[in-house]
Design a protein around this ligand. Structure first.
Ligand SMILES: NC(=O)c1ccc[n+]([C@@H]2O[C@H](COP(=O)([O-])OP(=O)(O)OC[C@H]3O[C@@H](n4cnc5c(N)ncnc54)[C@H](OP(=O)(O)O)[C@@H]3O)[C@@H](O)[C@H]2O)c1
Length: 240
C-alpha cells in the first residue's frame, strides 16, 4: 500500500501539481489549506482532472493540521515564512511524520530572482529546527509547477535532488520523486545541502526568463536507478 501523502499549501501551484502526479501514481493524497473548504474545492478539481485522465485516484481536502495528521509523508508546499509561525503551529500534527520541504526562500528585484538569507542556513533547516519530532528532508525545489501539472508532460529527463540527514528518509523521498517524474530522485547529502538547492532555483528562474522556457535540472553521468552507497560508520576508537 502506497504512503498517504499530505500536501500542505495543497491549494497552490506546486502543491496541486505534485498532488496530481502522486495521486495518479496510487498514493492517497490529502490537500491541506489554512481553509479546509478551499482544500476540499481544490481536491474536487483534481479528482475531475484525474477522472478525465482515466484515473480514479483518491484526493481529499482538509485543514493543514488534519492533512498533516492524515499523512505518512507530508510535503510542505507553502511560501517561506521567516517567522516560522505557520510551521511551528503544526508541530504536534507533524510529529512522527516524514516531512519534505519544497520551500524556496526567494526574492525578486530589479536584478532578477535571488536567494534570501535564512538564519538557520536554509528553509529546510529552519523547518527541522521547528519540528524536532519529525524527520525532515528537502526535495522538488527545481520542478516547475506548470510542467508538473500537465499530466501529458514527460518529466523523466529531470532530476529531483533530495537531501536530508536520515538515510532511510532520503531513500523514501527518492522513490516519491519517481512517483512524480518517473525517474528516482538523486540523493545529494545532508539537509544542509538545502542551502545550495533552494537558491539554485533563482538561477533556474533567471534562465527561464532569459530563454522563455521551463528549464529543469539533470545531473549527468548519474544512474539514479543504482542504489546510493551508504557511508560506513567510523570504527570505534580502540584504547589499549
Ligand atoms: N511554483 C513552482 O513552480 C515551485 C516549484 C518548486 C518549489 N516551489 C516552492 O513551493 C512553495 C509553494 O509555491 P507555489 O508557487 O505553489 O505558491 P502558491 O501558489 O502561492 O501556493 C502556496 C499555498 O500556500 C498557502 N499559503 C500562502 N501563504 C501562506 C502562509 N503565510 N502560511 C501558510 N500557508 C500559506 C496557500 O494556501 P491556502 O491559502 O489555501 O492555505 C497557497 O495556495 C514555495 O515555497 C515555492 O518556493 C514552487
Amino acid at each position: 500500500m502506497s504512503d498517504t501523502v499530505a500536501v500542505l499549501g495543497g491549494t497552490g501551484a506546486l502543491g496541486r501539481a505534485l498532488a496530481l502526479r502522486l495521486a495518479r501514481s496510487g498514493h492517497p493524497v490529502v490537500l491541506g489549506s489554512r481553509d479546509a473548504a478551499r482544500a476540499r474545492a481544490s481536491a474536487a478539481e483534481l479528482r475531475e482532472t484525474l477522472a478525465a485522465a482515466g484515473s480514479d485516484a483518491r484526493v481529499e481536502g482538509a485543514s493543514n493540521a488534519d492533512a498533516a495528521a492524515a499523512g505518512e509523508v507530508v510535503l510542505l508546499a507553502t511560501p517561506w515564512d521567516e517567522s516560522g509561525a505557520s510551521i511551528a503551529e503544526l508541530a504536534p500534527a507533524l510529529a512522527g511524520r516524514l516531512v519534505v520541504s519544497c520551500i524556496n526562500p526567494l526574492g525578486f528585484d530589479a536584478q532578477g530572482p535571488h536567494g534570501l538569507a535564512v538564519a538557520e542556513g536554509s528553509a529546510a533547516e529552519q523547518v527541522a529546527a521547528l519540528l524536532p519530532a519529525s524527520t525532515v528532508t528537502a526535495a522538488f525545489h527545481h520542478l516547475s509547477a506548470p510542467s508538473v501539472a500537465d499530466l501529458d508532460n514527460d518529466l523523466s529527463g529531470e532530476d529531483v535532488l533530495v537531501c536530508g540527514d536520515d538515510a532511510a528518509a532520503r531513500a523514501r523521498v527518492v522513490q516519491l520523486a519517481a512517483d512524480v517524474t518517473g525517474r528516482p530522485g538523486v540523493e545529494v547529502g545532508a539537509l544542509r545541502q538545502a542551502r545550495v538547492l533552494e537558491p539554485l532555483t533563482a538561477v533556474i528562474i533567471a534562465v527561464n526568463k532569459r530563454y522563455k522556457t521551463r528549464a529543469g535540472v539533470l545531473m549527468t553521468h548519474v544512474d539514479p536507478n543504482r542504489p546510493a552507497s551508504v557511508k560506513k560508520a567510523a570504527a570505534p576508537e580502540v584504547v589499549a
